[in-house]
Design a protein around this ligand. Structure first.
Ligand SMILES: Nc1ncnc2c1ncn2[C@@H]1O[C@H](COP(=O)(O)OP(=O)(O)OP(=O)(O)O)[C@@H](O)[C@H]1O
Ligand SMILES: [Mg+2]
Length: 341
């Protein structure tokens, strides 16, 4: 799927705090991951676990002063953006890395022609009017829009949901970013359009070696797009590893629970659908031990006392005190062949 080499992005011990009326909440609690050229990393986890906050920290797109990066490094192509000047950050944002949101209307101005909005990105990064015009045509064509000239003159409301998402992807591609961050880009779309958008991003990636961070709670999507998976829970990455490995041999009970809750075709010999009981903790809650303990079927006493460190487990790593060979409760059994195709 990819030509993997040097990391384009290296995030180390990233911490992000949200200041609210009722106090401060650290919602990204020391997150580390790498994304290499041509690689797709899926960031997965239940609602509220800190996925968007993590990538908004990477993009430096948080509302200030409510949200603040309090520690760590975000190294993009060798430059630590946390320490960089605002000007350096601005030149990376949109050009080096670009973001696509779940709802295309978040990124589009309803009152502006689509071509002008895409062109604006090129102009903002110092391109000429002629370059902007040419690039608008190129990217609209690249995302599979049949009549780019006509599309450029249209307003966002004239497009269907799937087409609008293509326009947003075109806008993200305007400066040929080396990293595309897609935050739930297909959840608002029907399944057929979803497949088309996934195929489109994969094609663009194969063409130009762009790295992708794909945020989703849908493990079915993950199986189709990801080279690597990072599983988030309550502000921590609790497991990280190559996609096939994570699906076939989950190392964290949370990952195991997520896999067990993927709907399967009926009549197979697989175990019945299981949901993880309970819900994720409030991010402002501070735990002495592992935040998954209240929902974990494999927990031992130590888990409530001390946060487990990240440990290497073959080609994966996990933040868990209890390795799978010591699990006492039934597990999902892994789903390598059916799901990870
Ligand atoms: N600007 C903000 N002000 C207050 N709380 C916030 C803000 N941004 C995020 N949060 C809180 O931080 C926590 C993490 O949110 P985040 O949006 O990163 O989760 P997520 O994993 O992206 O969830 P989802 O799958 O629902 O998109 C949540 O509890 C959320 O309510
Ligand atoms: Mg989110």
């Amino acid at each position: 799927m990819s030509q993997v080499n040097e990391p384009v992005l290296s995030v180390r011990d990233l911490r992000t705090v949200i200041h609210t009326a009722t106090g401060d909440a650290e919602v990204v609690k020391g997150v580390s991951f790498d994304v290499a050229r041509g690689e797709t990393l899926a960031l997965v986890g239940e609602s509220g676990c800190g996925k968007s906050t993590t990538v908004l920290s990477v993009m430096d797109l948080h509302p200030r002063p409510t949200v603040e990066i309090t520690g760590g490094q975000v190294v993009f192509e060798g430059v630590d953006l946390v320490k960089a000047t605002e000007q350096q950050r601005r030149s990376v944002r949109g050009a080096g890395m670009a973001m696509v949101y779940q709802d295309p209307m978040t990124s589009l101005n309803p009152l502006m022609r689509v071509g002008d909005q895409i062109g604006e990105v090129v102009l903002a990064h110092g391109g000429s009017a002629e370059e902007a015009r040419r690039r608008v045509g190129e990217v609209l064509e690249q995302v599979g829009i049949a009549d780019p000239g006509r599309a450029a003159r249209a307003y966002p409301h004239e497009f269907s949901g799937g087409m609008r998402q293509r326009v947003v992807i075109a806008m993200a591609l305007a400066m040929r970013p080396r990293l595309l961050i897609a935050d739930e880009p297909t959840t608002a779309l029907d399944v057929t359009i979803q497949q088309q958008i996934i195929a489109l991003v994969r094609q663009l990636q194969a063409d130009n070696g762009m790295a992708v961070i794909w945020i989703t709670h849908d493990l079915g999507v993950v199986a189709r797009v990801a080279d690597r998976i990072a599983i988030m829970y309550s502000g921590h990455i609790v497991e990280e590893g190559p996609s096939r490995r994570v699906f076939s041999r989950p190392e964290h009970p949370y990952t195991d629970g997520l896999i067990a809750s993927i709907p399967r075709p009926t009549g197979s010999e697989r175990p019945p659908l299981r949901l993880i009981p309970g819900s994720p903790p409030d991010p402002s809650h501070v735990f002495a031990g592992c935040p998954f303990v209240p929902r974990c079927p494999q927990a031992v006493d130590l888990c409530s006392e001390q946060l487990p460190p990240i440990t290497e487990r073959g080609s994966s790593s996990a933040r868990c005190w209890v390795p799978p060979e010591k699990w006492t409760a039934p597990r999902s059994g892994g789903v390598s062949q059916q799901v990870a195709q």
